[in-house]
Design a protein around this ligand. Structure first.
Ligand SMILES: NC(=O)C1=CN([C@@H]2O[C@H](COP(=O)(O)OP(=O)(O)OC[C@H]3O[C@@H](n4cnc5c(N)ncnc54)[C@H](O)[C@@H]3O)[C@@H](O)[C@H]2O)[C@@H](O)CC1
Ligand SMILES: [K+]
Length: 464
């Protein structure tokens, strides 16, 4: 058995289950592993106090009967509420093993721990309001709320909220993570996340929870260019590009230049200002990556600077204002493998429109945009999504204090530094997200973005 970082859709989960069944493990055994695995945790959380389990008609409900039976056998006060009859053979078999109290209709029940086994990855439409309200009431009158696989009302594959879902204290993912655990609006309803191993073997599903990266220190004999020269293109508003440059300096670039048309008195002494024409400045073959967008503006001048950056053929991180100036024609002659786009949701929506990338969620749009453009897309926010070359990476959440102006500029700078060192856009962006999150932890609460940028350097230590 293995706990792994693959993220599976509901369909991929069913395929993985079929493989195990073909290998001789019965559905009942899988449900038993899932239910007993969750029951271990609930046993500890409940600490001898009462547990109410709400069971739905499918296999999520089946897990609920196994949980209830396990806890009841151990002597915990358990009550099952089952407004549906079990509809699958393993769920029926699981119900037959439960010998404790059972109500077939909703009835007021209070207690210490509420276990939501109404719907899991099989939820295919919004739950009927009466049922959803009754579940929410049960959640409200219990001290602790635990969701099995997913809080009922959250769609597994994209994380949409199909119903108004109350927040849980913990969610136990069964067998493998689903996209909804790490991205989408339902993410903040999950509470603490735990993965219960039921023997699903790791298989490349195309989507992963990106693991903690390792950052190599500079090689013996490294010099500033081998470590990476980052050129940050400044524009109308100097502050944003400066934040990016500071992020890049902290994230291991050997050399960071700010390509600006006018002086920047606030620039630190170790940031090199290059005031020659942008075209000339970008003709330096030693540049490892160019970052354009933060503070660029969106006027004619900004367009001209973006055109120079695109023409330079360097590896490019495109962020902020520059994302609003992109369209299929601007990228037509560029090798997309050189490009990392780093939109927040507003910029992602604008890009999706410009490139005809369809989708209702961040995950769908980011995938479609990466497919349409061939570029890597880091769709940032709570539940950041990274897509490149048909792969998708999701991340453990970062500090909510990252929701501050300039935070994205720092992230783009970190991305550029990691790309300038030669990493693929996917790997560079993966490391950048971790560095950004760690810098936020180190900066403490309520930081400004310049403080965040100042902590990137110390954040590196965590990954060396
Ligand atoms: N796939 C696997 O490998 C395993 C799955 N297990 C459990 O099985 C779950 C998936 O089971 P199912 O596919 O039976 O799905 P669910 O138990 O999530 O429920 C699906 C059932 O509810 C119906 N339904 C869907 N949306 C509804 C709605 N809004 N209102 C009313 N009825 C609705 C469906 O038609 C189906 O009958 C997982 O979440 C997990 O808890 C575990 O038992 C372990 C193994
Ligand atoms: K559930």
């Amino acid at each position: 058995m293995a706990v792994h970082n693959q993220i599976l859709t509901a369909g991929q989960m069913r395929d993985a289950e079929r493989k195990l069944i073909a290998a001789g493990i019965s559905e009942t055994e899988l449900m038993d592993r899932a239910g007993r695995g969750v029951a271990e945790w609930i046993w500890r959380m409940a600490a001898g106090r009462s547990v109410t389990v709400l069971c739905g008609p499918g296999n999520n409900g089946g897990d609920g009967y196994v949980i209830a039976a396990t806890l009841h056998t151990r002597g915990l006060p358990v009550k099952v509420i089952a407004p549906f009859a079990p509809a699958t053979p393993p769920a029926k078999a699981a119900r037959d093993t439960y010998r404790g109290p059972l109500a077939e209709k909703f009835e007021p029940a209070s207690g210490a721990t509420f276990v939501d086994c109404l719907f899991g990855s099989g939820l295919s439409r919004p739950i009927d309001n009466v049922l959803a309200d009754a579940a929410a009431q049960l959640r409200a009158v219990h001290d602790i709320g635990v969701a099995v696989d997913l809080p009922s009302g959250i769609a597994a594959d994209m994380g949409e909220l199909l119903n108004d879902v109350a927040p849980y204290d913990a969610t136990f993912a069964l067998g493998a993570w689903k996209p909804a655990h790490w991205t989408g609006p339902g993410q903040d309803r999950m509470g603490k996340l735990r993965l219960i191993d039921i023997g699903i073997e790791p298989a490349d599903s195309g989507t992963e929870l990106v693991g903690t990266p390792i950052i190599e220190p500079p090689a013996t004999g490294a010099h500033k260019y081998s470590r990476g020269l980052v050129a940050v293109v400044a524009g109308a508003m100097p502050g944003a590009a400066l934040l990016s440059a500071q992020g890049a300096m902290g994230a291991g670039a050997g050399y960071v230049k700010l390509l600006a048309e006018h002086s920047h008195p606030a620039a630190p002494a170790d940031l090199v200002l290059d005031e020659q024409s942008l075209e000339e400045a970008l003709s330096d073959e030693r540049i490892g990556a160019v970052l354009i967008g933060p503070g660029l503006g969106r006027d004619r001048k900004a367009r001209a600077r973006l055109a120079d950056a695109l023409d330079s053929r360097h590896r490019l991180v495109i962020d902020a204002d520059a994302l609003h100036l992109l369209g299929p024609e601007t990228l037509a002659t560029i090798d997309p493998a050189c490009i990392l786009l780093t939109p927040h949701d507003g910029e992602l929506a604008a890009l999706a429109k410009a490139f005809g990338a369809k989708g209702d969620t961040r995950l769908e749009r980011a995938r479609a945009l990466s497919q349409q453009t061939g570029a890597a897309v880091l769709a940032k926010g709570c539940g950041t999504v990274l897509c490149a070359d048909g792969r998708t990476g999701l991340f453990p959440p970062g500090s909510s204090w990252l929701s501050v102006a300039g935070s994205g500029d720092v992230l783009a700078g970190i991305c550029a530094a990691r790309m300038a060192g030669g990493a693929s856009a996917y790997r560079a962006a993966s490391k950048a997200v971790y560095l950004h999150h760690e810098a936020a932890e180190l900066a403490g609460p309520s930081f400004s973005s310049s403080r965040l940028a100042a902590h990137v350097r110390r954040a590196m230590k965590q990954f060396l």
